[in-house]
Design a protein. Structure first.
Length: 586
């Protein structure tokens, strides 16, 4: 379904005709002052699979550390990374997985996450990135949605018994032989692998067993067969939060992940020498897969994992001990770093802070320079459906740029800004951002209608973001057309929270939205209409919500209202609710 795709633009099929049309569109837009921009970039696109990139990295830097996990006390060179990936790949194939099958990775940050994903790319499997914080219902949904055939899970290694959560989803696990699972609810799931080194749980393999399961001839065969993987085929699936409350599964190609990561690495100056990257972000996001892993592989950077889950203390310890050159994080993570360094009175010296997930504030940029001694702040902006980054800081740009701009249009990318009728607006005017490039997702798994709603017939990706595009290729964010809340870099669906809180017996109706927060970017606020006999009890509502929601999705602010501001057609105006809360009127 998602193999090589040819974009047909008004009858033109050949690359020459498409380039000619693109040039004509750009000329018309430029002459008329309308918001269309195409940035060709200085480097040609690559055409390869991510599995080939792993091999190229091992050939270039065989003895250079690819990953350094401080809490695991483990280092993998690029050569060792390829070796372990191929062993796991051959074992997955021996367990019956074939090209196109989905393998779920439900792990916090660790070397096994990296090996598992790259092993999948070596034999054409599609890795499915699953949030390690997912509980029973969320995990079951993620596995069932795309038909995961093998799952790599944490076990009890990371301070929590994930096996018990697995059993609640797959009760047949404890009575099954490893690799022979027959689950009624998850008919395609056959194999579960735990990250524990020593495993005595029934029905599962231990991860280290995969390093010795396949014979050497099967391992050696992988290097020959990796050349046959189609670069346009699916490589990774990312779950995205939607306004409906049910996450969609965005399918990303090898081609998109490789080329976006390569360009991102150049913009973040990873090509100027061997860099160490302090990884604060979770690997299961596109921030982890593309901006972090793909970029590091192609530019020989070392990924440093301070801890399995986010920890400001461990991150500062790592920066001090390893003298990392680059820090990856969301604005919230960088704010926490500043606070931790200030409280310790420590002295850091780091070259680059890469920030994405939500806009930065001028205060944060100043603090990064003054407190962390960061020389350059690099902003990245994009969306999962665009394989991570569509706008990003340029090397050598004015250091004031990140204060007001998303960044410059990414290489080999087209952007246009349109009004509600789909017409181009003038440069400098707000409208919805549309993107077209190699990095566009292949589609949403099993949701062709949703895919068509997001990608138009000419290949433009509708972002739902309101921006201003300038002639020089820089853009400014004005707001979001969608109601998604971005709290600390996490995309959160309001409807899922509204459904949970509205089920409380005292609540008649609930509207959830984001309000400005200095540390998190946005905080979750719930405006509730209560039954006439009830009074607002924030603690009771929080306790109720925690029965079905993860902690990071539960509102921190509650407001009781008699009614909601609405449009003439009866739609609730969340923007007015937001303004009322932020101005203190509610």
């Amino acid at each position: 379904m998602f193999g090589r795709q040819v974009v047909l633009v008004k009858g033109f099929q050949s690359k020459k005709c498409l380039d000619s049309l693109r040039t004509s569109v750009a000329q018309v837009a430029r002459l008329s002052g309308l918001s269309y921009k195409h940035h060709a970039g200085a480097h040609p696109l690559k055409y390869a699979s991510l599995g080939q990139v792993v091999e190229e990295a091992a050939e270039k830097w065989p003895d250079r550390p690819a990953a350094l996990s401080l809490y695991e006390n483990k280092t993998l060179t690029f050569g060792e990374l390829l070796n372990e990936s191929d062993k796991v790949a051959a074992s997955l194939r021996a367990l019956g997985l074939r090209s196109g099958d989905r393998v779920g990775i439900w792990l916090p940050n660790c070397t096994q996450w990296l090996v598992a994903m790259l092993a999948a790319t070596r034999i054409g499997l599609v890795s499915v990135a699953i949030n390690y914080m997912f509980q029973k219902n969320e995990l079951e949904y993620a596995l069932k949605k795309v038909g995961v055939k093998a799952l790599i899970a944490p076990g009890s290694r990371f301070g929590k018994n994930y096996y018990n959560i697995l059993q609640s989803v797959v009760p047949e696990l404890s009575t099954s032989k490893p690799g022979e699972l027959n689950c009624e609810k998850l008919s395609e799931l056959r194999t579960v692998i735990l990250a524990d080194d020593d495993n005595d749980s029934p029905g599962v393999f231990a991860f280290n067993e995969l390093l010795a399961l396949a014979p050497m001839e099967d391992i050696n065969r992988i290097s020959r067969e990796v050349q046959l993987i189609n670069p346009d085929s699916a490589c990774n699936i990312q779950y995205t939060s939607g306004t409906t409350g049910t996450p969609k599964a965005a399918i990303l190609s090898h081609n998109g992940i490789i080329n976006n990561g390569y360009s991102v690495g150049i913009r973040n100056e990873l090509d100027t020498g061997h860099k160490k990257i302090c990884v604060q972000v979770p690997l299961f996001h596109v921030y982890g897969v593309v901006i972090t892993i793909s970029a590091a592989l192609q530019h020989g950077a070392t990924l440093v994992f301070p801890s399995p889950t986010y920890s400001p203390k461990a991150n500062v310890d790592t920066l001090l001990a390893e003298k990392c050159d680059v820090i990856h994080g969301t604005p919230t993570m960088h704010i926490d770093l500043v606070h931790e360094v200030r409280s310790r009175g420590a002295t850091l010296a780091c070259e680059v802070a890469v920030t994405g997930g939500s806009p930065v504030t001028p205060k944060l940029v100043t603090d990064l320079a003054d407190v962390l001694n960061i020389r350059k702040v690099k902003s990245v902006f994009g969306m999962t459906e665009g394989t991570a980054v569509s706008f990003q800081s340029l090397p050598g740009e004015d250091p004031e740029r990140p204060l007001a701009y998303l960044g410059h249009l990414q290489d080999h990318t087209e952007a246009k800004v349109v009004n509600e009728k789909g017409e181009l607006v003038p440069f400098g005017s707000p409208g919805e951002l549309h993107i077209r490039s190699y990095a566009r997702m292949l589609g949403y798994w099993g949701e062709e209608e949703k895919t068509r709603e997001t990608i138009d017939e000419n290949g433009w990706l509708r972002t739902g973001d309101q921006v201003i595009l300038h002639e020089d290729g820089y853009a400014q964010i004005m707001g979001r057309l969608k109601d998604i809340i971005i709290r600390g870099g996490e995309n959160i669906s309001p409807k899922e929270i509204e459904d949970a809180i509205s089920s409380h017996p005292d609540v008649l109706e609930c509207q959830v939205f984001g309000v400005q927060d200095e540390r998190l970017g946005e905080e979750i606020c719930a405006a509730v209409r209560l039954r006439s006999s009830a009074s607002l009890d924030a603690r009771a509502l929080t306790s109720h919500a925690l029965q079905t929601l993860n902690k990071f999705k539960v509102p921190r602010i509650y407001k009781a209202v008699e009614s909601y501001p609405k449009t003439a057609s009866g739609k609730v105006q969340k923007n007015k609710l937001r303004d009322m809360v932020e101005s203190g009127k509610l």
